[in-house]
Design a protein around this ligand. Structure first.
Ligand code: ADP
Ligand code: MG
Length: 522
């Protein structure tokens, strides 16, 4: 580990790092920053949450003259949320130096972006689709760009942005520095790098275990119909600071968020069908803690960096082991303890074992929490809150009524009723009906597809062997013959994927061209 002073960064940049509270550089930062500062092209590989933004952001900021009034740096990210997130971090890191950066993404009014561009930002952080829109309108020119960053490159290619990225990169002067960051290095990333990077240095930080050791993982075997009850009990027992609950489909997310609200939890949902404004509102509420349960699809939550997420719940098991790792990685960030639970229906036990094999991590079983534990957990929290109010609160205004009530009722009865009200148990009667989701089916991977997208330490033979096992399991023919899925073989992840992408008319981002990648069925 290195301290940031070792890199020879400007005092204003060091000041920003201090303000952000970074004490030492993360491994990917220690390795990348010195190389990036020399101006060489580079490829950086590290898992999410390892600080890749500052790894490229700090050298980028160092390079820029603050009196510059042209766009000299371009960062491409897969989603608007990531564009906003990266722009925020770069904004913070460059604050004292006085560099101007601007996020550009689909879903936001283009006129507003054009006005913001008139303020002459030096760094643009954008999604490929909207960037191309601006380039075509000539509201963004890339003629002066000296540095290009491809952030979360594997995600961008997964979303079908290969052609857009190629088009954009061809418009940037050849005399430039290009940095590519990615959690995984599938062949299509290597191809892109060969095409556009010059003699790049490789830096990679690959953890031995794909899941961070600080994340406490467990699964609960629970029938589909009882999942909601199990979730409410878990929330009551654990009273998470911030929790992300993953649902498989947009419908699931909507229904679950609504059900949680009905039961009195402060919850909201996030998926690709919401307008940009709605998404921003939900994210803001989650970040500032005014909601404490965020229900989300994979795509909506991918890459989001919210600090302080104490719990992740896989309400529905994800299709891919990678998704599992991505999801649980939303907690246990920045060295904090996190908890990740997965609900597994009896039919999905095989799929859970598959995830265990690929991630090389045994996930311990946990019993379904009982009603009694839930009640106890909830009452404990309320009792703590009541005591806190007694200790700190100004209660005089309430005492008159309290005395009156005590003349009529027994004190224990009164307090119990008040606590029932506080626990929201009067809302417990709310009738909850969720549309059942199909059990996950084991997706057969074609060996040539996305073959590089795998957590480290997993060999292709795992998949192959597993698939063979499944095919030999004879008696369960019905399991793989469809009948559970509505589409033919796409699998719910694919449904999710295509569903979460919005057509160009809605958000200005190009609908990715998926024709080259048959794993996605529109
Ligand atoms: P990645 O892009 O690799 O997923 P991010 O760049 O989003 O990771 O960083 C994850 C979180 O860690 C952010 O909240 C960021 O502010 C924080 N962070 C980055 N570098 C450091 C550091 N050196 N020390 C402490 N926190 C850091
Ligand atoms: Mg990142």
């Amino acid at each position: 580990m290195k301290t940031f002073t070792e890199f020879g960064l400007e005092p204003q940049v060091l000041q920003a790092i201090t303000e952000l509270g970074f004490e030492e550089a993360t491994p990917i930062q220690s390795q990348s920053i010195p190389i990036a500062l020399t101006g060489k092209d580079m490829i950086g590989q590290a898992q999410t949450g390892t600080g890749k933004t500052a790894a490229f952001g700090l050298p980028l900021i160092s390079k820029i003259n603050k009196n510059e009034d042209r766009i000299v740096a371009l960062v491409m990210t897969p989603t608007r949320e990531l564009a906003i997130q990266v722009a925020e971090e770069i904004g913070k890191l460059s604050r004292f130096k006085g560099i101007r950066s601007l996020p550009i993404y689909g879903g936001q009014d283009i006129g507003r972006q054009i006005r913001a561009l008139k303020k002459k930002p030096q760094i643009i952080i954008g999604t490929p689709g909207r960037l191309l829109d601006h380039i075509n309108r000539k509201t963004i020119r890339l003629d002066d760009v000296q540095t290009v960053v491809l952030d979360e490159a594997d995600e961008m290619l997964d979303m079908g942005f290969m052609e857009d990225i190629q088009t954009i990169l061809k418009l940037v002067p050849e005399e430039r520095q290009t940095m590519l960051f990615s959690a995984t290095m599938p062949p299509n990333i290597q191809k892109l790098a060969q095409q556009f990077l010059k003699d790049p240095e490789h830096v990679s930080v690959i953890p031995k275990h794909v899941s961070a050791p600080l994340i406490d993982q467990a699964y609960i075997e629970v029938p589909e119909r009882q999942k909601f009850e199990a979730l409410s009990r878990l929330i009551d027992i654990e009273s998470p600071d911030l929790a992300i609950v993953f649902g498989r489909t947009k419908r699931r997310v909507d229904e679950l968020a609504e059900a949680l609200q009905k039961r009195g939890y402060s919850a909201d949902g996030l998926h690709g069908d919401l307008s940009q404004h709605q998404r921003d509102t939900v994210m803001r509420k989650f970040r500032d803690g005014s909601i404490d349960v965020l229900v989300a699809t994979d795509v909506a939550a991918r890459g989001l960096d919210v600090s302080g997420v104490s719990h992740v719940v896989n309400f529905d098991l994800p299709q891919d082991p990678e998704s599992y790792v991505h999801r649980i990685g939303r907690t246990g960030r920045a060295g904090k303890q996190g908890t990740a639970w997965s609900f597994v229906t009896p039919r999905e036990m095989d799929h859970l074992h598959f995830i265990e094999r690929v991630t090389r991590h045994r996930i311990p079983r946990k019993p379904l929490p009982t009603m009694a534990e839930a009640i106890e957990g909830k009452q404990r929290v309320i009792a703590e809150q009541v005591i806190e109010i007694i200790e700190n609160g100004e209660l005089n205004e309430y005492k008159g009524l309290a005395i009156q009530l005590l003349e009529q009722y027994d004190s224990v009865q009164l307090l119990a009723a008040a606590m029932k009200l506080l626990t929201g148990d009067n809302k417990k009667e709310a009738e909850i009906q969720l549309t059942p989701e199909d059990p996950i089916r084991v997706k057969r991977r074609k060996p040539d597809l996305r073959s590089g997208r795998k957590p480290s330490g997993y060999g292709r033979s795992n998949y192959g062997g597993y698939n063979r096992d499944r095919n030999n399991s004879g008696g369960r023919g019905g399991y793989s013959k469809g009948g559970y899925g509505r589409d033919n073989g796409g699998g719910s992840r694919d449904r999710n994927y295509s569903g979460d992408r919005k057509p160009r008319t809605n958000n200005g981002d190009r609908r990715p061209n998926r024709s080259g990648d048959s794993s996605y069925r529109g």
